[in-house]
Write a protein that binds this ligand. Structure first.
Ligand code: ADP
Ligand code: MG
Length: 141
């Protein structure tokens, strides 16, 4: 399995619930390393740029408002099969459909306040990592 990098975001709802540590523990216990972090508070315009692929979706406005409602923790995760592994640890977008033991099953309240973001492909991981980080900020270990 290839070593990959992926972007994870702990969303405003999970930051507010004080479960940053629990989420990062799950990544580390499953073989992913945190190689960059950035706690930031996105503006609605910045959230809109990040989620531009969803601009035509009916939930886009609410999504941008939610993602700019409080601080988030953006991270780069590195490890074997990191993109798919992170998506598995996250669980389904709708927490009611998320497998038990996943981050969203345990910490998400609804399909919009769903605790975490994770890149869905190698192409998007590269774009999303570059949105938050420069190459100088990535520290493999
Ligand atoms: P994921 O975050 O699992 O990759 P998507 O890329 O499909 O999911 O959607 C991006 C984000 O938009 C979701 O995490 C969720 O916060 C929000 N979202 C997706 N679908 C809906 C929906 N039907 N209603 C409200 N918000 C949604
Ligand atoms: Mg997505």
């Amino acid at each position: 399995m290839p070593v990959e990098r992926t972007l994870s975001i702990i969303k405003p709802d999970a930051v507010a619930k004080n479960v940053i540590g629990d989420i990062i523990r799950r990544f580390e216990e499953n073989g992913l390393s945190v190689i960059a972090t950035n706690m930031t508070h996105l503006s609605a315009v910045e959230a809109g740029r990040f989620y531009e692929v969803h601009a035509e979706r009916p939930f886009y406005g609410d999504l941008c408002e939610f993602m700019s409602s409080g601080p988030v923790l953006a991270m780069v995760l590195e490890g074997k099969n990191a993109i798919t592994l992170n998506r598995q640890l996250m669980g389904a977008t709708n927490p009611q459909e998320a497998e038990s033991g996943t981050i969203r099953a345990d910490h998400a309240d609804s399909i919009d306040a769903n605790a975490v973001h994770g890149s869905d492909s190698a192409e998007n991981a590269a774009i999303e990592i570059a949105f938050f980080f420069s190459g100088l900020d990535l520290h493999s270990h």
